[in-house]
Design a protein around this ligand. Structure first.
Ligand SMILES: *[C@@H]1O[C@H](CO)[C@@H](O)[C@H](O)[C@H]1NC(C)=O
Length: 444
């Protein structure tokens, strides 16, 4: 404002020396337009000679960046520049009379500005910068711009996440004037604005602007409908991060689970391995839960994918438990049979005391060797423990292999084979279905 006043002052000083020549100063023009003093009549109302004539307002929007898309809250934050042009009937001049001045810049507070707002806007106040000046053209056109960190609501369709394409509306309209008073439009067409936006776009994050379409529409409210111009912005997600972060690890975990069928049954590691895989998948599920909204009616396909893999691995854990239980049963019955056979033998030979005493000795021996704590003997101790563990292991393996009549074991093996075949077929069918649907939608 101060700068403008200074400018006007300088211009006046220059113009004062002139005699009868035409007034080439901006101030002369402003005097002609009655904009030189604090004249409120131009600011208070819509500049038309006849009230039935509508004012045309053109809003051109450029998308400078897509800052954030919040799937959980369903909002899109972007940075936009908005150029607004409208017609005023009182403020026009013949530029030849004023030394060919094509336009003049005046303070925004001195003219009427249409109250255009954005329907989907949920930004905090203070995120908008409005230009303090308005450019006035000789034919009565006025234009101004504003830039804004805009947060809009947008119904995000996440079924195909992370291969999704989102379409969000940004609707400009004048809430206070019906379409008979303010007519909304856009100067440029959608493809030109898309091209401009692509040129000036600074950052898009994980999104890529595909196109902006402009639709003129009317919003029906109580009395007269409101004229509106809708920018339909289409953005595509760059899915690579999610592929690397979610889809590939899940697939790898599923593969690990399939591979775990080849771990030997007799070792308890199989079950704990499978449970670890299950836990890893549940961690990935937690990550997913933080990303996707719970409001979604249609579950995103990635959630189906995660849950299905979780289910597959969960089932295979249950199966591993069943199989190991059957093998335990086999061992149990086998041991029972052997014990009764031993008893018979002992009754024939002498008594069970000798064997029991031998076992006691074996149990007590390590306790005694724990007492000395000097390093040289601790190596011996470790050696002893190692030997003891190895012999125990051998013993256990031998027992499992030898004991039992093997009927439960055979059942377990059959269950394992059948389950593995079904599991493998299930996984192949599921994965091919999943990827074909995804790929179909991505490339359609
Ligand atoms: C966007 O606006 C157009 C035109 O008014 C409308 O047909 C479409 O349903 C809107 N889309 C959304 C997601 O609101």
């Amino acid at each position: 404002m101060a700068a403008l006043r200074l400018l006007l002052l300088l211009l006046t000083a220059g113009g004062a020396s002139g005699g009868p020549q035409p007034d080439c100063s901006y101030l002369g023009l402003l005097k002609h337009l009655q904009l030189d003093s604090a004249s409120h009549h131009l600011t208070v109302t819509r500049p038309v000679q006849n009230w039935t004539r509508p004012t045309y307002v053109w809003v051109d929007m450029l998308l400078y960046s897509i800052l954030q898309v919040d799937e959980k809250v369903q909002t899109v934050t972007s940075h936009i520049w908005r150029y607004m042009t409208w017609t005023g009937e009182f403020l026009s001049w013949n530029s030849t009379e004023f030394c060919g001045i094509p336009y003049v810049i005046v303070p925004a507070s001195s003219v009427w500005i249409p109250d255009v707002s954005i329907l989907e806007d949920v930004s905090d106040t203070g995120s908008t910068y409005r230009s303090p000046v308005v450019k006035l053209y000789s034919n009565g056109f006025m234009s101004t711009y504003s830039r804004q960190r805009l947060t809009t609501t947008c119904h995000l369709k996440l079924r195909l996440f992370p291969f999704d394409t989102q379409r969000c509306n940004i609707t400009f309209l004048s809430m206070s004037s019906g379409e008979d008073a303010v007519h909304m439009g856009a100067f440029n067409n959608g493809s030109a604005l898309t091209k401009f936006s692509e040129q000036v776009m600074v950052t898009q994050g994980e999104w890529q602007l595909r196109k902006m379409e402009i639709v003129h529409d009317r919003l029906r409210t109580g009395e007269t409908p409101l004229s509106e111009v809708v920018y339909m912005v289409t953005v595509v997600r760059k899915p690579m991060l999610y592929v690397i972060n979610l889809i590939v690890p899940l697939f790898a975990l599923l593969l690990l689970d399939v591979a775990s069928f080849f771990i030997h049954e007799a070792r308890g590691e199989k079950l704990s391995f499978k449970v670890t895989v299950l836990l890893s998948i549940s961690v990935l599920l937690l990550i997913l839960k933080d990303m996707l909204p719970s409001t979604e009616d249609q579950l995103p396909m990635i959630a189906n994918y995660c849950v299905a893999i979780f289910g597959f691995v969960g089932f295979s854990v249950l199966e591993a438990i069943l199989v190991s239980h059957l093998i335990d049963l086999d061992g149990y019955f086998g041991r029972k049979a052997q014990r009764s056979a031993q008893k018979q033998k002992q009754q024939e030979a002498g008594g069970p005391k000798e064997a029991a005493a031998g076992e006691e000795k074996a149990q007590v021996k390590p306790d005694q060797s724990l007492l000395p704590l000097n390093p040289s003997s601790s190596r011996d101790l470790l050696q002893q423990i190692l030997e003891a563990v190895t012999s125990l292991r051998k013993e256990a393996d031998r027992r499992i292999r030898e004991q039992g009549d093997g009927s439960y074991r055979r059942v377990a093996e059959i269950i394992d084979t059948v389950f593995f075949s079904l599991y493998f077929i299930g996984i192949v069918v599921f994965l091919s279905y999943m990827y074909s649907v995804w790929i179909y939608y991505v490339f359609q």
